[in-house]
Ligand binder design. Structure first.
Ligand code: GDD
Ligand code: MN
Length: 390
């Protein structure tokens, strides 16, 4: 193993010698492979068999990061790990998320180079030895497996997915600090020292771990790309759904403004603004068009807007803590309560400011702003409170 790599890994060669004097040290690990899994039990054996074959001659280990898959993927991996020290599983309970799984897996392996790939055989593991050679010899920070350069292909990926992937890559250029042909790729190698430097800045939301990594780099990374053919999933099904697109949006917003304002708060305010439109719409319909009593119209509009806001916040703003079943009812009640107190604060503060000779629109805006922060804070703590397992 290259001694400069060891020092990049935090242990200088001389220190390593001293270590070897104190206790026996085995051959140094070269490559850590991080594989996020959710319901992939049927792919594990085939995947491990192909890895064993292609990685002959390399000191490697694999860390599966499983989010408590109902199909018991983690149990199978633990069983295999009993007789093969290369195989480990990091199981997370009450959590979901591809990117955060990859990050935690990368932190769990001590290897100087880390590969990230999917469990479903869509990524071409046969090019891993060549990728390892290249990242070492060219001294790169990141080496991306790309489907979008000469020699690579999207395989039989559905047309809509290809289109989405191209769109995602184009958008990623807004935040990535480098030019990469396939930022949507979930197949790449990183250098440990580079990863450790970027790790504290990662957002960790959604599916797009590579975009997160590249856009969090303090300086443009030394980047390489190798082509590969994207294969069809072996077994099981894709976990991609509408949430994945939402999470991508969240990641982009976080990268652009997250340094200044909490992204969740910005989304909360956007949802609130939409609620204002709903309110006006309902009011117009009942009072202006339907000639209903103003108080009745206003109360109906308020409750409609609050309820829609609650539902939107539940699936978008607090999607990671989404309330289900009867908790939707209690959540809605605390949401009404928090918002009502917020409205009261809003009105009394604005009135007080107006009486203190603050110009009317400023008084109005300050009242609104205060109640937004209040509503957000109280609802974060009361309605969508974080619990360990749910
Ligand atoms: N731990 C964990 N938690 N793993 C997950 C989760 C999760 O919430 N969701 C998905 N995975 C695992 C899957 O088990 C699989 O090994 C891998 O992440 C990729 O998930 P797929 O469901 O197969 O995603 P895909 O094929 O639609 O998308 C993949 O390829 C895209 C290439 O266009 C992902 O790698 C995308 O990030 C990538 O953009
Ligand atoms: Mn897949």
């Amino acid at each position: 193993m290259d001694p400069t790599r060891l020092s990049a890994n935090g242990i200088a060669l001389s220190q390593r010698r001293t270590l070897e004097d104190s206790y026996p040290v085995g051959p140094a690990l070269e490559l850590g492979i991080v594989i996020p899994t959710y319901n992939e039990i049927e792919n594990i054996l085939l995947l491990l068999a192909t890895l064993e074959k292609t990685l002959r001659g390399i000191e490697w280990e694999v860390v599966f990061v499983d989010d408590n898959s109902p199909d018991k993927t983690a149990e199978l991996i633990r069983f295999l790990g009993l007789t093969n020290r290369r195989i480990r599983v990091l199981e997370r309970i009450g959590r979901r998320g591809l990117s955060s799984a990859c990050i935690e897996g990368m932190l769990a392996t001590p290897a100087p180079y880390i590969a990230v790939m999917d469990a479903d055989m869509q990524h071409d593991e046969s090019i891993l030895p060549m990728m390892l050679e290249r990242i070492k010899s060219e001294n790169l920070d990141v080496l991306v497996g790309s489907r979008k350069i000469e020699g690579g292909s999207m395989g039989e990926f559905a047309r809509k997915r290809v289109w989405l992937s191209d769109l995602g890559t184009r958008i990623s250029k807004l935040v990535c600090r480098c030019d990469v042909s396939d930022a949507m790729s979930g197949f790449f190698l990183v250098d440990r020292a580079y990863f450790q430097q970027v790790a504290p800045r990662l957002t960790g939301a959604g599916f797009k771990i590579l975009v997160d990594l590249l856009s969090s780099s303090p300086s443009p990374p030394r980047l390489g790309e190798v082509p590969y053919h994207f294969r069809n999933r072996q077994q099981g099904e894709s976990k991609l759904d509408i949430n994945v697109e939402l999470e991508y949006l969240y990641l982009l917003v976080d990268k652009v403004i997250g340094k200044w304002v909490p992204t969740r708060f910005v989304i909360y305010v956007l949802v609130g603004t939409f609620g204002l439109l709903v309110h006006l719409g309902v009011l117009a319909l009942l009072y202006y068009r339907g000639h209903a009593d103003f108080t009745v119209s206003q109360v109906t509009a308020t409750f409609t807007a609050m309820t829609i806001n609650f539902l939107l916040n539940n699936v978008v703003t607090f999607r990671d803590r989404r309330l289900r079943g009867w908790r939707i009812v209690t959540g809605l009640l605390t949401f009404y309560l928090a918002c009502s107190v917020g409205a009261l604060m809003n009105v009394s503060l604005a009135k007080f400011l107006l009486d203190s000779h603050v110009v009317w629109y400023l008084a109005g805006i300050l009242g609104m702003a205060t109640s937004s922060v209040w509503n957000y804070g109280v609802n974060t703590v009361m309605t969508w409170r974080r619990s360990l397992l749910h």
